[in-house]
Design a protein around this ligand. Structure first.
Ligand SMILES: *Cc1c(COP(=O)(O)O)cnc(C)c1O
Length: 390
C-alpha cells in the first residue's frame, strides 16, 4: 500500500510543516526507520518485547452478555490487558527500540492525561534512556497520580505554562526541545499525529492490534467482521485496528470521536473541525472562525486533542471510514454498560466506542463487530465517581 507517498501525504493530508531546522532530524528518522523496518532482526526484537514485556497477543474476547443485550455479535480486542493498561505501550516499545538503535541516550515525550508519559517513562527504564516528559500545568493539576507514576519511573516531568497549558502546548515545547537537542535526543510521539514520518511509524507499530484481530476472528468465526469500532483521539488505537483491514472493503470502519458537551465544546476534529495545519501535519483541526486552534473538552483526557492523525482525515474523505461523535454523558453510559454486563471496567476513552454500539445495534442487528478496548478504567474511577455524584 503506497500510503503515505514520498512526501508523507495521505491523499491531500499529512506532510511535514516544520521549521527547516527540523528537516534533517525528520529525514534521519525516516531513513533509519526505512532501513530497520526491512530487517528481520529488528522485527524479531520488537516482537520479543511485545510478547515478553507488554503481554501480547491480547485476547479477542466474545462479549456474550453485551452481545445478547444489543443483538449483535460483539468481540472486544483486549488492549486493556497489556502492561501499563493500554495500547500505548505497543508504540512506545517500538519507538524506544528505534531510539536505542539510533544510539540516542535520551527520549522526550508530550503527554496530556499522562498515559503516554507513563508508557514512555516505562520503556525508558527498560532501555536505560533518560526521559523528560512535557506536560501542561493544567493537566499536571488534573492528573496528579500519573505525574507521580512518571516520577517513580525516574522520568522528569516538565511543566508547560504556555497557551491553554494542555496537550497541544506540551507538543509545542517538546518540538522546541527536539530542535535544540537532536544529537542525543529522540522525540517519542504518542499517537498517529505530527509531521511525517511519525504518523506512519506509530501506525505501523500499532498495527499489531489489527493483524492479531484479523487472524483471531478468522479462526473463531471463519469470516471477517462487518464492523470495526474504535475511539479516536490522535488516532493510534483505531488506525492500529483498521489498517490491516484496509483492503477488505466489506469491513466497515467506524471511528468514534469525543463529542464532549456540545457542538462548541468537544474534541471531535473530523466531526466538527475544518482542514488546517497542526503540529506539522495538514489534517482536520478544531478552529475558530479566524483559524485559531479552539479550546477542547472531553471527559476522557486521552481524547482531548484539537487535531487528528492525517491518515484518518484521508479515510474520512475517501469514505473508507465513518466518524461519529459520542458525548461525555453517553460515554459514561457505555462505561457502566460494559462494567455491569461483562465485569470489565473500560477506560473512558474506550467507553466512547462501547457506547456507540447502542446506536449501531439499531441499524445493524446481528452484525459481527470488533471493538478496540484501548485501555482499562482504573485511572478514571475518580472522574466517574464525581460525574455520577452530580
Ligand atoms: C491515549 C488513549 C487513547 C487515545 O489515543 P489514540 O491515539 O486515539 O488511540 C484511547 N484510549 C486510551 C486508553 C488511551 O490511553
Amino acid at each position: 500500500m503506497p500510503i503515505p507517498d514520498k512526501k508523507g501525504y495521505y491523499g491531500s493530508f499529512g506532510g511535514k510543516f516544520m521549521p527547516e531546522t527540523l528537516f534533517s532530524c525528520l529525514s534521519e528518522l525516516e531513513v533509519f526507520y526505512g532501513k530497520v523496518k526491512k530487517e528481520n532482526s529488528f522485527k524479531k526484537e520488537f516482537q520479543f518485547y511485545l510478547k515478553n514485556y507488554a503481554g501480547r497477543p491480547t485476547l479477542l474476547y466474545f462479549a456474550k452478555n453485551l452481545s445478547k443485550h444489543l443483538g449483535m455479535k460483539i468481540y472486544l480486542k483486549r488492549e486493556d490487558l497489556l502492561h501499563t493498561g493500554a495500547h500505548k505501550i505497543n508504540n512506545s516499545l517500538g519507538q524506544a527500540l528505534l531510539a536505542h538503535h539510533m544510539g540516542k541516550s535520551r527520549i522526550i515525550a508530550e503527554t496530556g492525561a499522562g498515559q503516554h508519559g507513563v508508557s514512555a517513562a516505562t520503556v525508558a527504564r527498560l532501555f536505560n534512556l533518560k526521559c523528560d516528559v512535557y506536560m501542561g500545568e493544567e493537566d499536571i493539576r488534573r492528573q496528579r497520580m500519573n505525574v507521580f507514576r512518571m516520577k517513580i519511573l525516574g522520568a522528569r516531568v516538565i511543566p508547560v505554562k504556555s497557551g491553554s497549558k494542555t496537550l497541544k502546548d506540551a507538543c509545542n515545547e517538546a518540538i522546541r526541545d527536539w530542535v535544540t537537542n537532536v544529537r542525543d535526543t529522540y522525540y517519542l510521539i504518542g499517537s498517529t499525529f505530527g509531521p511525517h514520518p511519525y504518523p506512519m511509524i506509530v501506525r505501523d507499530f500499532q498495527s499489531v492490534i489489527g493483524k492479531e484481530a484479523r487472524q483471531q476472528i478468522l479462526k473463531e468465526q471463519n469470516r471477517l467482521p462487518d464492523y470495526l469500532l474504535a475511539c479516536v483521539g490522535g488516532g493510534s488505537n483505531s488506525m492500529g485496528l483498521f489498517y490491516p483491514f484496509f483492503k477488505d472493503l466489506k469491513v466497515k470502519f467506524i471511528g468514534v470521536e469525543a463529542g464532549g458537551l456540545n457542538k462548541d465544546l468537544n474534541s471531535a476534529s473530523i466531526s466538527y473541525g475544518d482542514v488546517g495545519v497542526l503540529h506539522g501535519a495538514k489534517t482536520y483541526v478544531l478552529q475558530d472562525k479566524f483559524g485559531q486552534v479552539k479550546g477542547t473538552h472531553s471527559i476522557a483526557a486521552g481524547l482531548d486533542y484539537p487535531g487528528v492523525g492525517p491518515e484518518h482525515s484521508f479515510y474520512n474523505d475517501l469514505k473508507r471510514a465513518a466518524y461519529v461523535a459520542v458525548k461525555d454523558n453517553e460515554a459514561l453510559e457505555g462505561f457502566k454498560m460494559l462494567s455491569e454486563l461483562e465485569g470489565i471496567i473500560p477506560a473512558l476513552e474506550s467507553a466512547h466506542a462501547i457506547s456507540y454500539l447502542k446506536k449501531l445495534a439499531k441499524k445493524a442487528k446481528g452484525a459481527l463487530v470488533i471493538v478496540c478496548l484501548s485501555g482499562r478504567g482504573d485511572k478514571d474511577l475518580e472522574i466517574v465517581q464525581e460525574s455520577l455524584d452530580k
